[in-house]
Design a protein around this ligand. Structure first.
Ligand code: FAD
Length: 567
């Protein structure tokens, strides 16, 4: 299978569509076979990582999923960001723990991919591709999580006759996926010239793993602390050969890796929601199936489907831009953060709603949604917490607002208005209102200097995320209606269906930005403040209220689409 896909690779744009479809089918088939529902529940119950399955997934003779992440020059398939998103979603639909185990090898090899010398790439990327070796990514420490700059693990130079021959590493890593099973770990340690990545083989004297963590969920993924006690590695295990590049190397791939974790949120959320949809077709209450009860579908199903698809729209736009090379220099970090924030929060909320949608059965292990909820919960924490995403998003877009004297979102709103003129009914008019309201809120924050309040800054991050997802969704729906859907995008929903869902989401986004924006501005200044008065005047409240017309009818339509019945 892997060979066929290597030959099917298209340089610069990832796999061709046929090869991606083959890979998605192979992943589905492999996981379904390796992980029966009974085995999955038992492993979750016993808190055991199926190391045999993790290794088989990376074995090029079996699934070889990691080949997707490796450049062809080192024996891989040169998959792109869009390919990775699709594969990550499919894996996560089955089990986010197993997906995490594969992802950890990718993450562990990232510093090598972006920073290693040619010899190092041949050696370690080659080993991942050809032998399927398993990696762990050792960044987090007990006192350095979101703030990696606080790391305490130290690498001292070992010098012989004035030449550096190696490094002696001492410290501790915390919460490391694949920690007890990995063949190699990439370890971030402080050298005299700053944080630096090292490759540490598992059997190096002084290197050991703690007991597996007893976690809330994600129990099929091994997570453990790593201890480094006078661990000595040769100088050529320093990635890239130059000290002090570690944090830059870590940041270079954030756009890419956040899209992957966003896809985990999407996979987990949809897996739970699809179970709730199936359940509600069968479950009879109040004289008919729950699927026919508007108070049930419009609270527990429809809004979650809509938010997940809004997140997918942003994931796809970001992945596409990464594949076109627009992510150079970390430029897609903010977009990756928006995709991750929306998809993982939506996935988590959807899984929670799926428990509710199953009633008492949802609270039992047998119906699996409670496991999905426990598993998907991690996605709002690892690879950058939701709060760190909000901060990343807000800081970047705040700078854009200042640099353009407020034109940044006004221009984006105008572009949505143009889209609406060309393609009525895809939610672009509502998305324009959300962006227009956002520009007004940001301006009020500038005038009253409100981003000195960290809470205001982070709330802006959340509002920006909603407005930009509304924009991406309207564009995706318009593209689908124009026959320009991305060739690798799933076709579960027609262009018309995406348009209805986009309208529902964009109304919500406009309402949220308008209302919550006023709340945080008004809540940060004195009563009767001129800033609040100016903001109230600048926000298109009447238009946002008018835009809500037709919401319920559109929600009825979304329910009909999801339940495949006539509207
Ligand atoms: C199951 C699992 C697997 C993991 N796998 C890996 C792995 O393979 N490799 C690896 O290196 N790490 C891994 N991690 C670590 C993970 O990335 C961190 O847990 C995460 O980045 C958060 O760091 P922390 O736990 O230290 O929390 P903290 O950084 O202490 O954060 C605690 C809370 O404070 C908030 N917060 C933090 N800083 C700020 C701030 N400046 N302002 C406002 N709020 C703030 C956070 O959002 C969070 O809500 C894993 C963690 C888990 C649980």
């Amino acid at each position: 299978m892997a060979d066929a896909m290597v030959s099917g690779h298209v340089a610069g744009a990832g796999l061709d569509t046929e090869s991606l479809t083959m890979m998605l089918d192979a992943v589905r088939e492999f996981v379904e076979h390796a992980l029966s529902p009974q085995r999955q529940l038992q492993l979750d119950h016993d808190d055991v990582c199926p190391e045999d399955t993790v290794r088989a997934m990376s074995d090029p003779g079996q699934l070889g999923v990691q080949l997707l992440f490796i450049p062809a020059a080192y024996g891989g398939m040169d998959g792109g960001a869009f390919d990775s998103y699709r594969v990550c979603e499919v894996m996560a639909r089955h089990d986010i723990g197993l997906a995490t185990a594969s992802f950890a090898t990718f993450l562990g090899s990232d510093p090598i991919l972006v920073g290693a010398t040619e010899d190092q790439k041949q050696r370690w990327l080659g080993a991942i591709a050809e032998q399927g070796v398993v990696f762990a990514y050792g960044a987090t420490e007990p006192d350095a999580g979101s703030d990696l700059g606080a790391l305490k693990t130290v690498a001292e130079r070992i010098e012989v006759d004035g030449a550096i021959t190696g490094y002696r590493i001492n410290g501790r890593k915390q919460w490391i996926s694949n920690g007890s099973i990995a063949d190699f770990a990439t370890i971030l340690a402080r050298t005299p010239d700053g944080p630096t990545w090292f490759v540490v083989p598992r059997d190096t004297p002084g290197f050991s793993a703690g007991n597996r963590e007893d976690k809330h969920g994600l129990r099929l993924s091994n997570t453990a602390a790593l201890y480094l006690d006078n661990v000595e590695v040769p100088a050529d295990h320093l990635i890239g050969g130059v000290e002090g590049k570690g944090l830059v190397q870590a940041q270079q791939v954030f756009g890419y890796t956040r899209v992957m974790v966003a896809a985990f949120g999407l996979g987990g959320g949809w897996s739970a929601l699809d179970r709730a949809i199936a359940y509600s077709l069968e479950r009879q209450q109040g004289g008919g199936p729950l699927a026919g009860k508007q108070g049930y579908t419009h609270k527990l199903i429809v809004p979650h489907a809509v938010r997940l698809e809004a997140a997918r729209s942003h994931i796809e736009a970001t992945a596409d831009q990464l594949d076109r090379g627009l992510g150079a220099g970390g430029a897609m970090n903010t977009e990756g953060a928006i995709a991750k924030l929306m998809a993982t929060e939506a996935g988590n909320a959807a899984a929670d709603a799926a428990i509710q949608a199953h009633g008492g059965y949802g609270y039992t292990r047998e119906y699996v949604v409670e496991k999905i909820k426990r598993d998907v919960r991690i996605t709002t924490i690892y690879e950058g917490t939701s709060e760190i995403m909000e901060m990343t998003i807000a800081r970047d877009r705040w700078q854009q607002h200042l640099k353009t004297s407020g034109a940044y979102y006004r221009d984006r709103a105008a572009a949505m208005t143009t889209l609406h003129r060309n393609r009525v009914g895809v939610g672009a008019d509502h998305a324009a209102l959300a962006l227009q309201a956002l520009a007004a809120v940001l301006e009020a924050c500038r005038v009253a200097r409100l981003t000195r309040n960290q809470h205001v800054l982070l709330r802006l991050g959340e509002l920006i995320c909603h407005a930009e997802c509304a924009e991406a969704f309207a564009q995706r729906a318009a593209d689908a209606l124009a026959g320009k859907r991305h060739a690798k995008s799933p076709d579960r929903f027609s262009g018309e269906a995406l348009a209805v869902m986009s309208r529902v989401f964009a109304r919500e986004a406009a309402q949220k930005v308008g209302q919550e924006g006023v709340r945080w501005v008004a809540g940060s200044v004195d009563a009767g403040s001129p800033e609040v008065a100016a903001l109230l005047a600048a926000i298109p409240h009447d238009a946002i209220r008018t835009a809500q017309a037709g919401l319920l009818a559109d929600m009825d339509r979304v329910a009909a689409i999801l339940y495949e019945r006539a509207a």
